[in-house]
Ligand binder design. Sequence first.
Ligand code: ZN
Length: 182
Amino acid sequence: MGHPVLRQVARPLDRQEIGTDWFLDLYADMIDTLHDYGGIGLAAPQVGESVRLALIELPGGTGRYGAMPDMPLTAFINPVVEVIDPATAGFWEGCLSVPGLRGFVERPQHIQVSYLDVSGNPKSLELEGFLATVFQHEFDHLDGTLYVDKLTDSRLLSFEREFERYLMPRAEADDDAADEVA
Ligand code: ZN
């Protein structure tokens, strides 16, 4: 946080760029970074590239966000979010670009995402609940937005340690897995 690239609106990827050496290097670098930091999502601006590419990978099982769905590593190119139901719910979000903090953010919980996959094919996905939050967090990075911009209340921002001690919902506190929205 503070690096100007995180505040830029990232440019869309041209279909011809998908699959080039440059693209594949970026894609591989993002996978390594996501795995090194143990995140569940990563957007290209977080590794210094202002392009509309994000990765999401959900491990399933129970982690810091409670029971989590399983989703294999997937790349989203030029994603567009459409809100299906504007009713919101809140989660304590974290971010690899805002290390050491958690903040409570409310977002719509039923969305549709249209995107190109890593082969350049158009796809769409309907997402509900926590997954809808994860996707909106990641794609906000492509518009230069961080979750701290969307805190429900600035008092609902906490250091990790105090979050775990005082604020973490109990179901999440029972498991120490280091899942983090990224
Ligand atoms: Zn993030």
